[in-house]
Design a protein around this ligand. Structure first.
Ligand SMILES: Cc1cc2nc3c(=O)[nH]c(=O)nc-3n(C[C@H](O)[C@H](O)[C@H](O)COP(=O)(O)OP(=O)(O)OC[C@H]3O[C@@H](n4cnc5c(N)ncnc54)[C@H](O)[C@@H]3O)c2cc1C
Length: 485
């Protein structure tokens, strides 16, 4: 076991990159080419992140998914990393970062620590689900979770699936299910047709992706899948065959309108209301943050190169604000370039030339990605409509009524709410509930800025004491000298 006092056992490097999605992997390639001693760490078994998700060992892709552009892009990236000889620690989860950037990692062999001069956080996002009656039932899952089943578990989420929420993952998941041979009962979208049309000018920045979206919509029409715009899930009730999902029309804020619900009988409901940037590391290191609804929620303040308010700490990709996979790669490279410059490893000319090229490379995909992020932004009316008895924090079973009661009793920010109710105190450390819990508290308190975010705490991932302590005997524990009498 290593601790801060025992720094001789730390492995010293220039740059530690956390997360091997498009942002982290491209950053690693750029850092390596700039001569940095770089290590890329990810808890997955290979690079690719959420979008180019690697397969577990021994798995093969579903026939409809194998030939996809995403699968090819992921394979190409993994090959490039191997060819470049980047040091990659896959199957390793980072559970703690010290204020000196010491990175504590649980590897399959035990606990290891690294001491980098700089840390680049490229840990992506967490899916947001706005709770409704029945959302915690087995068989109701996130849209992003459904992409994981399709892409890396070789499984359909259900035989007959209702796909609901908002944003482009609706189309991606519904098409993935059809392609893999499943049935989609309907697509339920909080956004209106007009909301989609308004994104068109920005979507033209990436005609290839726009074309893909149009193809997805055409496929749904061909398969006879109804698409209900300006609708949301009101409740999901278990039946002997699966679920009855009750769907209602909503207004532009996502609040349900009066009127009869339509009922879909299915055996799976997959629902997602956007992505929330992962800020657990930047909060742990006490970087400055700001609330940016259009980027997914709270994000660490950073410049266009990913430098945060903490020296040596950089961020890139969707964790810095949702802008999509296509923009994440160039963002990662920008952050690695900034790091190489700040550590004095590249010339000023090289830095300015490459910076200009990468910024221009990122502009169009980021325009596209931000338009998509806008469609995924939190709809306050849907939050306000959560019923009192509905669980919001699923780790600790905290309901909306308990959050409201804590606010009435005087809880004024998320940390007070946590102390009052245990909301956000479970194994996920608030990753699943913090955005919605913050929005609920803000209804009483005023603004999201007033409510703030949870203070970052280790462990970043659930770890056992045995994993952290590793192999030792009591004789290894240093006994301090007794103080003189
Ligand atoms: C579950 C999920 C599924 C998605 N599916 C799609 C999709 O099908 N299509 C699409 O266009 N977009 C999808 N998205 C959005 C997509 O993830 C992003 O646009 C894109 O992948 C962002 O790239 P990134 O490099 O910023 O982060 P990511 O690709 O999310 O990569 C972050 C990486 O960090 C690693 N990581 C995080 N914390 C730790 C830790 N403590 N220790 C070790 N490793 C860690 C993760 O394992 C992950 O590999 C999905 C998002 C989510 C959350």
């Amino acid at each position: 076991m290593t601790n801060e006092a025992d720094s001789s056992a730390l492995r010293k490097i220039d740059l530690m990159i956390m997360g091997a999605g498009p942002a982290g992997a491209r950053a690693a390639l750029r850092a390596k080419a700039s001569g940095l001693r770089v290590v890329l760490v990810d808890e997955n078994n290979d690079a690719g992140g959420q979008v180019w998700r690697p397969l577990p060992d021994g798995f093969s892709r579903l026939s409809g998914v194998a030939s996809s552009a995403e699968a090819r892009d992921g394979d190409a990236l993994r090959l490039e990393l191997r060819k470049a000889g980047v040091v990659c620690l896959f199957g390793h989860k980072v559970w703690n970062i010290g204020s000196d950037l010491r990175t504590d990692v649980i590897s399959p062999e035990g606990s290891v620590s690294w001491l980098p001069s700089a840390l680049l956080v490229a840990t992506g996002t967490t899916e947001r689900v706005i709770p409704f009656t029945g959302w915690t039932a087995p068989g109701v899952m996130g849209l992003a979770a459904a992409t994981i089943l399709l892409k890396s578990q070789n499984m359909l989420p259900g035989r007959s699936t209702l796909v609901a929420g908002n944003g482009p993952l609706l189309l991606a998941v519904a098409n993935g299910i059809l392609k893999a041979g499943g049935q989609v009962a309907a697509v339920i979208d909080l956004a209106s047709r007009t909301d989609w049309m308004l994104t068109l000018p920005a979507l033209k920045a990436r005609p290839d992706l726009l074309w893909q979206g149009l193809r997805w919509q055409a496929n749904l029409r061909l398969a006879g899948v109804p698409v209900l715009y300006r609708h949301g899930i009101d409740s999901v009730v278990s039946t002997p065959q699966g679920f009855d999902a009750h769907v209602k029309p909503v207004d532009s804020s996502g609040a349900p309108l009066s009127g009869a619900a339509r009922v879909f009988s299915v055996d799976c409901v997959t629902v997602g209301h956007g992505l929330v940037p992962g800020t657990d590391v930047t909060r742990l290191l006490r970087a400055r943050h700001r609330y940016a609804a259009e980027s997914g929620g709270w994000i660490a303040e950073s410049d266009e190169m990913g430098r945060t308010s903490v020296k040596g700490l950089y961020i890139a990709g969707d964790g810095a604000g949702v802008a999509g996979a296509a923009a994440a790669g160039a963002h990662g490279e920008l952050a690695a370039l900034a790091c190489a410059n700040d550590l004095g490893r590249i010339s000023t000319e090289h830095y300015s030339r490459e910076r200009t090229a990468l910024l221009s490379q990122r502009r169009k995909p980021a325009l596209f990605g931000r338009a998509m992020a806008g469609l995924m932004a939190l709809r306050e009316g849907a939050v306000a409509a959560i019923k009192p008895e509905t669980i919001v924090c699923r780790c600790e079973d905290v309901t909306r009524a308990e959050i409201d009661a804590a606010a009435h009793e005087g809880a004024r920010d998320l940390n007070q709410l946590k102390a009052w109710t245990r909301c956000g105190m479970g194994p996920c450390q608030g990753r699943t509930c913090s955005d919605v819990a913050g929005a609920l508290l803000a209804i009483h308190v005023g603004s999201r800025e007033d409510v703030g975010c949870f203070t970052g705490r280790a462990p970043l991932r659930p770890v056992s004491l045995a994993e952290v302590a590793g192999q030792y005997t009591y004789a290894d524990i240093p006994i301090p000298k007794a103080a003189p009498l």
